[in-house]
Design a protein around this ligand. Structure first.
Ligand SMILES: Cc1cc2nc3c(=O)[nH]c(=O)nc-3n(C[C@H](O)[C@H](O)[C@H](O)COP(=O)(O)OP(=O)(O)OC[C@H]3O[C@@H](n4cnc5c(N)ncnc54)[C@H](O)[C@@H]3O)c2cc1C
Length: 322
């Protein structure tokens, strides 16, 4: 059955977010001859060609003064407008801050089945089957929407994006969002100065826990991260202790990351921390306690003092990577 897919793309710091390309790839995998349309709700000056190169057949750029900053009312109304015009069967978006706020509202508005935080999607017996982690990543469940419109958010870094193909062609159309009464307006956005690699999109994460002992103790982790082109993350204990900013916190009440490589330094492996990183492809744990629970989820474990091990790794990687 051919399905028309609508992907809500997102821009951050003037760039399309990689998860938007991943959603397009997911859409392509289940379209069965239907079309994949990407929609951008106002935001930066993005012309849409990159979305076409990544597999979209069509891009709708929706303009509206009230869409510049995310508000549930503004974006929901604009998305609804595009959805009705495009007659989509499936609506996908990254499981980002905005995705997890907007799509459940959209599903509710349309009385649709909603699947949140999917890490895989495939066709099976003519149905679209999603896989999502449950119990903080301890188990996986497969789910289908049994009837009508399918709405889903997809966790970043899990579905492979398609290679950019500059030779692909597709329509890019502009549309104007209908005015809407906003019940909340954004008065001001104070953004933290972006430093280094975006944690949620990073392919490699070097994370520190209470074992790092101080803000100064994070220095060797930053040095390793720089050599690897990695982002630095942290456990909640490290953030609570003031060793680093809460923006670095990974876990149940922090960010969810799924990098190719996660290096946990001085992190015990509490369930709430695992909830944010256990789906990482390769996990390396450095801990001086051989009984630390993190070793149960680690692919490679180094029992030792992180202040000895991390500088050694930095030195070796520097030599290896030039
Ligand atoms: C509702 C709720 C939500 C929570 N949400 C989160 C969350 O989102 N993210 C999160 O991380 N936690 C969260 N927590 C807290 C969580 O339960 C743990 O307390 C926290 O993850 C522990 O952080 P840690 O591993 O850094 O510290 P600890 O558990 O204290 O572990 C420190 C580790 O460092 C090792 N170590 C010490 N010195 C060295 C050294 N020199 N070299 C090598 N290893 C060393 C120790 O052996 C130990 O294993 C939450 C808790 C609750 C109740």
């Amino acid at each position: 059955m051919a399905r028309n897919i609508l992907v809500v793309a997102e821009v951050r710091n003037g760039q399309l977010r990689p998860v938007s390309f991943e959603c397009i790839a997911a859409g392509r995998a289940i379209a069965e001859g239907g079309s994949v349309t990407a929609v951008l709700l106002s935001q930066a000056d993005v012309d849409g060609s990159e979305l076409i190169a990544r597999g979209a057949d069509r891009v709708v750029l929706v303009k509206g003064e009230h869409l510049k900053e995310y508000t549930p009312d503004g974006w929901l109304s604009a998305l609804q407008q595009v959805y009705l015009a495009e007659k989509a069967d499936v609506v996908l978006m990254g499981h980002t801050g905005i995705g997890r706020d907007l799509l459940p509202r959209f599903a509710m508005r349309n009385a649709a089945g909603m699947i949140s935080d999917a890490i895989a999607v495939k066709l099976e017996g003519g149905q679209v089957v999603f896989t999502r982690p449950i119990y903080a990543g301890k188990a996986y469940v497969t789910q289908v929407v049994t009837d009508g419109l399918i709405v889903a958010t997809i966790r970043p870094n899990n579905v492979a994006a398609l290679e950019a193909d500059a030779g692909r062609s597709g329509d890019v159309v502009q549309s104007e969002a209908a005015p809407v009464d906003l019940r909340t307006v954004v008065k001001e956005v104070v953004r933290q100065a972006a430093t280094g690699v975006d944690l949620t999109a990073a392919k490699i994460v070097v994370a520190g826990g209470r074992g790092v002992k101080s803000a100064e103790g994070f220095k060797p982790l930053y040095e390793l991260a720089e050599v690897l082109g990695a982002a630095v993350g942290a456990s909640r204990a490290a953030a609570d202790a003031g060793f680093c900013d809460y923006a670095l916190q990974i876990g149940q009440t922090g960010k969810t990351v799924t990098p190719d490589l996660y290096i946990a330094c001085g992190i015990s492996g509490a369930i709430q921390h695992l909830a944010g990183m256990s789906a990482s492809k390769v996990i390396v744990a450095i801990n001086k306690d051989p009984e630390a629970p993190i070793f149960k989820v680690a692919d490679y474990g180094i029992v030792g003092d992180l202040f000895e091990v991390v500088p050694l790794l930095t030195r070796e990687f520097k030599a290896l990577l030039g």
